[in-house]
Design a protein around this ligand. Structure first.
Ligand SMILES: NC(=O)c1ccc[n+]([C@@H]2O[C@H](COP(=O)([O-])OP(=O)(O)OC[C@H]3O[C@@H](n4cnc5c(N)ncnc54)[C@H](O)[C@@H]3O)[C@@H](O)[C@H]2O)c1
Length: 256
């Protein structure tokens, strides 16, 4: 039997990259999937077709996670389509490079809005439903190695992912008594559209690869496998942890 048969998962930003891979993987494990996207719908449609090809049920919902009304609507749509939901994957994210001293308010609001405010209020809407129904649940945030490691030129991204780290730790304690677990998956360098400029810059890419003990970038499937395990019954007692998935990158410190 598939590990997630009969469950429903909401995956934000699942029209591309890691979120798309997670949605398809959870569908393959038997879950119904709610595919959230913002902007162009083609990627979300591709995710839906691939998820349905596994035999799963899927719906596509356009919801900007930075907007509280939109995330509430996303949860409403999941309940409308499937009667409830069990798993929330806060995956949607973005980054904006700028020196700290030049970062403008709009960029700050955008990055923090998508990466931190989004998971905060979407998790709140999800938990309100679960609490009312006295149902357990899983919350899995896709944070980053930068929930802990510095990333010069990306102070907004670091602030947002560091915020997600403490949000996860707080909610693990606050929601544990409700039977809801909360954990983070912290990827290192994964080959996805968010890294387009890095992937096109061979010298920079090679320098990065030299620092990754496993000698390659991570794949979307690497991350999706970890998320599928965290969503499964096997991870029932896992709560309040960050799972780094970076090929050893963040442990590879060298004395000069
Ligand atoms: N690729 C990596 O190396 C890497 C490393 C660490 C963490 N991450 C994290 O993984 C997550 C997924 O990123 P990815 O690498 O797949 O890149 P990606 O750009 O392919 O995916 C990000 C997704 O989030 C969506 N999104 C952006 N703003 C949104 C909004 N307001 N509402 C809803 N969706 C929105 C985008 O449309 C896109 O589908 C992000 O949270 C990112 O920070 C990625």
């Amino acid at each position: 039997m598939s590990s997630l048969a009969g469950r429903t998962a909401i995956i934000t930003g699942s029209s591309s990259g890691i979120g798309q891979g997670i949605a398809i993987r959870l569908a393959r494990e038997g879950a119904n999937v709610v595919i959230d996207y913002v902007g162009a719908p083609e990627g979300a449609e591709e995710t839906r077709q691939k998820a349905e090809a596994t035999g799963a049920k899927a719906i596509v919902v356009q919801a900007d996670v930075a907007k509280v009304e939109a995330v509430r609507m996303l949860v409403d749509e999941a309940w409308k389509a499937f009667g409830s939901a069990d798993i929330l994957v806060n995956n949607a994210g973005m980054e904006k490079k700028s020196d700290f001293w030049e970062t403008c308010e709009d960029d700050y609001d955008h990055v923090l809005g998508v990466n931190l405010k989004g998971p905060f209020f979407l998790t709140q809407a999800f938990v309100q439903r679960l609490r009312a129904a006295k149902k357990p649940g899983r919350v899995i945030n896709i944070s980053s190695v930068h929930e802990d490691m510095a990333f010069p030129g990306f102070a907004t991204y670091c602030a947002s992912k560091g915020g997600v780290r403490m949000l996860m730790r707080d909610l693990a304690v606050e929601l544990g008594p409700l039977g809801i677990t909360v954990n983070n998956v912290a990827p290192g360098a994964i080959a996805t559209p968010i890294n387009t400029s890095l992937l096109e810059d061979k010298p920079k890419l090679n320098a990065l690869l030299a620092n990754i003990p496993l000698g390659r970038l991570g794949s979307v499937d690497d991350v999706a496998g970890l998320v599928a395990w965290l969503a499964s019954d096997e991870a029932a007692y896992v709560n309040g942890s960050t799972f780094i998935i970076d090929g050893g990158l963040s442990r590879n410190y060298h004395e000069q």
